[in-house]
Design a protein around this ligand. Sequence first.
Ligand code: FE2
Length: 399
Amino acid sequence: MLTQEMTQEINVETAVQPIEAADLYAKLLAGADLAILDVRNGEDFARWKVEGRKDLTIVNVPYFAFIEDEDASLAQVPQAEELVVVCAKEGSSQYIAELLAERGVKASYLAEGIVSWGNLYDVRNVVDADWGRIVQVTRPARGDVSFLVISDGEAAVIDPLRHTEQYMQVLQDNNALLTHAFDTHGHADHISGGPALAQRTGARYFLHPYDAIHPLDMLPARLDYVPLQDGDQFVVGRVDVDVIWFPGHTLGQVNFRVSAPDGSHYLFTGDGLFLSSFGRPDLGGRGEAWTPILFESLFERLPQRIDDATWILPSHFSTLDEADVGGRFAQTYGTLKQQNDGLRPRSREEFTGWVLANLPHFPPEYVEIKRVNAGLVIPNEEEAGELELGKNICALSGA
Ligand SMILES: [Fe+2]
């Protein structure tokens, strides 16, 4: 219960300032000495929260706990050079930040709450060369990463996310025309922006036909798409794009290899190979059958098609530790063979047993998202937002 004294105190003008989600992300990437106090209820906190590098301190003390027992709540407030208070929409975190300021604890609060974190997109160049650019578009709250390859006024987008404005802006900034909208596979964790972008720009939308069938419903997609197959080749400006079939996460998963005129190679792996793991093989409901297929993709197909200097650019990250200091989620294949435990040589049997023992929880909404991405269900904005709540769970846990 608020006492009159407390009410008067929170009405006092204080120096408490909001922090924008983009600024918070920059600090998290930089590994700043920062702690987060999340004042939502425990259930909402457990569903999803702001995540940073592994050593980020984040503590959940619900708003009502401060009201019920202020001293006990204050004792749980983490110590750091900078403290950011987070709530659902801003109101309670501002209140708590002001209360902390009154008690001598300096804190800011996340502007527009966790909603603004969920909607944050980060756009940055991964490669800026004379032949063109690779632009990375990340949705940090979900661990989703997508890319545009731009060369000579043409562009291809790979695994675009649902909010297409981000990509339209990049195209406009680079004076480029979208020619190819590629999905590496039929996604389960997020709604693809590929068909919508194709419609907005006149580009063609590409997908492997194996992923144009819902794996659980066994219904064919209602999509306007161009089928991909292993070995397909495309030209975007001055770069060549070729398709490498990489089944396992899904049967229709493909990688796109971009070869630039300066001899550099970039492999967009989607949910095939990640920087610290690889895509789980069970989201189609057939983990036991698909794990040996994934083994062949990882250890037989891939080494035959790329060299160690090829840059790997996946469509998900698990933690911000996978980003370099410039916020890029990319690493060479040679380095990944040393660092990614998923690429450690194992026999087929050992690999299969290890994968099947480490499959994470299967989010039930993934079945419905696959329906959306197959054009079988069309959600409204609110339903789409609900389906996409929280962090992706596409990687094998423990890998
Ligand atoms: Fe996926």
